[in-house]
Design a protein around this ligand. Structure first.
Ligand SMILES: Nc1nc2c(ncn2[C@@H]2O[C@H](COP(=O)(O)OP(=O)(O)O)[C@@H](O)[C@H]2O)c(=O)[nH]1
Ligand SMILES: [Mg+2]
Length: 397
C-alpha cells in the first residue's frame, strides 16, 4: 500500500513529507527495498497491542513510543502538479507515473490562501483554496479519461464482436489503474450505461466513467496546511462546508517538522500526533520561542499539528485498512525473544484466512483454525478481523 502526497507547488508538500517520514528514533530495519528518490517511509500510529498483556512490543520494523506503535507505510512525494500535467506538461509523465502507484492521496492545500495558481506567494487570503481542490480533480479526471480513450474505437468495436460484457471489457481496459470487474460493474450500473452498446458511448459517457474511476481508485484526503497563518481557520470552516464528501484535516506541517526535529535532537519528548510535549534538553531563546508558539497556537488551539492524524485517517478511515499482529496464545515472543515483532496492514474485510496467506502461503493452504489471542477464542477461516487484533494461525504441519 502506498500513500501519495500531491498538491501544487509551495503548499508545503515536501515539508509534510519530510515531517511524516522523520522518525525520532533510530530505525534498524527499513522495509520496502526499492526506494526511489522521492519516496520514503512514513508511520501510522496504532495502540501497542502488547500493552494489554502487560508488555511493550519490540517491532522489527517501525518503532514504539510510550503506548503507541508506529507501523511503516510507503509514501511518495508526487512533485509536478502544474496545469496540463495530464498532457505531460512540466513533469507530467513522472507525476502520473507516481500517481498510478498510489492507493490513497493526501492532497496538501495551502488553506490560508497565500499561494496562487502558479505557486507564488500572495497576501492571504487572496487565493481560494477551493480552486485547488477542483483543479486536482480535473487533472486526475483528464488523465484517466486519456487512459479510457486510448485505442477506444478499435477496442469498443472489437468487444462488440466478441459479445464480452461491458464491465469485463472495461476492467480489462483499465487494469493498470486497478479497476476490478466489481468496480466497473458498479460504475456502469450507476451511470445507466447497461442498455447502451459500448460503441455508442459518447465523450460525456467516457468522462463520467473517468470521474467515477478516479473517485474509487484514487481516494483522497485533504490536508489543510498552513493553519498557523492568519485567516486560515476561516477558510477551513468555509471550504469544509463546500466539499462535504471529503475528509479535511487542518494541519501545520512546518510545526510537526519542528517538533520531530527537536525530539530527534533530544530537546523535547514528543509523540507524533500528541497534543503536548515535554521539554527535556537545554534550548536557546530562539528555540524556546518557536516551540512556545507551537504549543500555544497549534497544539493548544487545534489539539495536534494534524500530520499524524492525516496519515492515520488516510490509511484506517479513507482506505479502511486494519493493523493485525501475529502472535501466539502461549507466548507473544518470537524465537529471539521479541514481543509482537510484526504488524501487518490488511485491506478492509480481511479474514483470518487472508491473514494466514499474508503470513505465508503454506499457512493459508494448511489453515486449520485461528485463535484470537486477546480473547483466547478459536475462530474459523471466514472470521473477519478487527483493527489491532492479535492472531495465532494454527496450520497443519
Ligand atoms: N506557515 C507555514 N508555512 C509552511 C507550512 N508548511 C510549509 N510551509 C512553507 O511553505 C513553503 C513551501 O514549502 P514546501 O514544502 O517546499 O512546498 P512544496 O513546493 O509543496 O513541496 C516553505 O517556505 C515552507 O516553509 C506550514 O505548516 N505553515
Ligand atoms: Mg516540494
Amino acid at each position: 500500500m502506498q500513500i501519495g502526497v500531491v498538491g501544487k507547488p509551495n503548499v508545503g508538500k515536501s515539508t509534510f513529507f519530510k515531517a511524516a517520514t522523520l522518525a525520532e528514533v533510530e530505525i534498524a530495519n527499513y522495509p520496502f527495498a526499492t526506494i526511489k528518490p522521492n519516496s520514503g517511509v512514513g508511520y501510522v500510529k496504532i495502540n501497542d497491542a502488547a500493552v494489554q498483556f502487560g508488555k511493550t512490543s519490540n517491532p522489527r520494523e517501525g518503532f514504539v513510543l510510550g503506548k503507541s506503535r508506529f507501523v511503516p507505510v510507503q509514501m511518495v512525494d508526487v512533485a509536478g502538479l502544474v496545469p496540463g500535467a495530464h498532457e505531460g506538461k512540466g513533469m507530467g509523465n513522472q507525476f502520473m507515473n507516481d500517481l498510478s502507484q498510489a492507493d490513497v492521496l493526501i492532497h496538501v492545500v495551502d488553506i490560508s490562501g497565500s499561494t496562487n495558481d502558479k505557486g507564488e506567494q500572495v497576501d492571504p487570503p487572496s487565493h481560494d483554496p477551493a480552486d485547488d481542490i477542483k483543479f486536482l480533480e480535473e487533472e486526475l479526471d483528464y488523465w484517466i479519461l486519456a487512459l479510457v480513450k486510448k485505442g477506444w474505437d478499435r477496442f469498443s468495436r472489437g468487444m462488440q464482436q466478441t459479445h464480452i460484457e461491458a464491465h469485463i471489457a472495461i476492467a480489462k481496459h483499465l487494469s493498470g489503474l486497478g479497476c476490478k470487474e466489481e468496480l466497473s460493474k458498479k460504475i456502469i450500473e450507476k451511470l445507466n450505461l447497461k442498455g447502451k452498446h459500448m460503441i455508442d458511448w459518447d465523450d460525456d459517457d467516457l468522462m463520467d466513467i473517468a470521474k467515477e474511476v478516479r473517485k474509487e481508485t484514487k481516494p483522497m484526503i485533504i490536508a489543510c496546511n498552513k493553519i498557523d497563518v492568519k485567516g486560515a481557520e476561516e477558510n477551513y470552516e468555509r471550504i469544509k462546508k463546500q466539499f462535504p464528501d471529503y475528509t479535511m484535516i487542518k494541519c501545520s506541517a512546518e510545526s510537526e517538522l519542528a517538533l520531530r526535529e527537536a525530539a530527534k535532537h533530544g530537546l523535547i519528548e514528543y509523540i507524533p500526533g500528541a497534543s503536548t510535549f515535554e521539554i527535556k534538553g537545554n534550548m536557546n531563546e530562539k528555540q524556546k520561542a518557536a516551540l512556545g508558539f507551537i504549543k500555544e497556537n497549534i497544539l493548544g488551539k487545534h489539539t495536534s499539528t494534524g500530520v499524524q492524524n492525516i496519515l492515520d485517517t488516510a490509511v484506517f478511515e479513507v482506505l479502511g485498512y486494519i493493523a493485525i499482529f501475529p502472535g501466539g496464545v502461549a507466548k507473544l515472543e518470537d524465537s529471539e525473544g521479541r514481543v509482537l515483532p510484526d504488524c501487518f496492514l490488511m485491506p478492509p474485510n480481511s479474514t483470518t484466512l487472508d491473514f494466514a496467506f499474508r503470513l505465508h502461503t503454506d499457512f493459508g493452504k494448511r489453515f486449520i483454525r485461528a485463535i484470537d489471542v486477546k480473547t483466547k477464542r478459536a475462530v474459523g477461516k471466514e472470521h473477519r478481523l478487527i483493527h489491532e487484533d492479535v492472531v495465532e494461525i494454527v496450520a497443519d504441519a
